[in-house]
Write a protein that binds this ligand. Structure first.
Ligand code: 4NP
Length: 197
């Protein structure tokens, strides 16, 4: 594009594109409530098995309840070993059998995740400890929570989501069983305790 055609895109005769002055003073916008997205990041070690599965399970629950416009759901890993990779093929196969498509690409958790997220949900105690080591402020620290707190159905046996990486099929099925239960309970908890301010 040459200079002449660029100048043809400029407002003519000092006309401004700012229409604010044309807006009415007071309109009662009864139904408009500015809503900040509630930002959840699920964390595991490699971000190729448990946390991308948790992300997909939570997203589906939120979508089913028509709450997608209120949540931002993501996942990350403590390590960068698998950075850029799709979830482990075994995890994708087991998830797909239950209707979840895992399309997240592995990435390591960042300092800005701890700042930006509202809630950081860790799959096991080693992940919790690593996140606390990374956190630099009490506010970042407070966002870190173990997913085990939301496990109900298998509570007597599991207070964390075990790493399936060196397990067989049952390990991946167990991850999904635990996540489907825990994510339902997590959403209930958030909705019950959300701020009304
Ligand atoms: P995740 O599982 O933490 O649930 O993604 C693992 C994936 C990879 C490895 C360990 C755990 N790894 O050692 O490469």
């Amino acid at each position: 594009m040459n200079v002449a055609s660029l100048s043809s895109l400029q407002p003519k005769n000092n006309q401004s594109d700012n229409h604010e002055q044309d807006l009415p003073d007071k309109v009662f916008l009864r139904n408009f409530v500015p809503m900040k997205l509630f930002h959840i990041i699920f964390i595991c070690l490699g971000n190729i098995c448990r946390s991308p599965a948790a992300q997909a399970v939570m997203q589906k629950i939120v979508d089913k309840r028509q709450l997608s416009d209120r949540f931002l759901i993501d996942s990350a890993g403590i390590s960068a070993y698998h950075q850029g990779e799709l979830p482990d093929r075994r995890m994708r196969v087991h998830a797909r059998q239950r209707g979840y498509e895992l399309t997240h690409h592995s990435r390591p958790v960042t300092f800005s995740d701890l700042d930006q997220a509202d809630l950081i949900v860790a799959m096991d105690q080693a992940n919790v400890d690593a996140l606390h080591n990374l956190a630099a402020t009490p506010e970042q620290d407070r966002k870190i929570t173990p997913i085990g707190q939301f496990i109900r159905l298998l509570r007597r046996h599991y207070d964390f989501v075990p790493d399936p990486y060196y397990e067989g099929s049952e390990g991946f099925e167990l991850v999904l069983d635990l996540l489907e239960d825990a994510c339902e309970n997590l959403l209930e908890y958030i909705l019950k305790n959300q701020s009304t301010s």
